[in-house]
Write a protein that binds this ligand. Structure first.
Ligand SMILES: [Zn+2]
Length: 61
């Protein structure tokens, strides 16, 4: 198994914060899906769902 370094791959359009995937990914119960839950992206800072995935990670500002 390889360990990937923590990358800030998600950007919150609401509060302009950057977060790694594991910080924004959450599973919430959903009765209308076969799995019984659905994966959503939520900003851990402001709770917004308006997250943008950054395809090119690796270059810090
Ligand atoms: Zn936010």
């Amino acid at each position: 198994m390889t360990t990937t370094p923590m990358q800030l791959t998600h950007h919150c359009r609401n509060c302009d914060a950057h977060h790694p995937l594991h910080r924004v990914r959450q599973c919430i119960p959903a009765d209308n899906t076969p799995e019984g839950e659905v994966e959503v992206m939520v900003c851990p800072t402001c709770g917004s769902y308006d997250l943008e995935q950054l395809l090119e990670a690796g270059h810090a500002e």
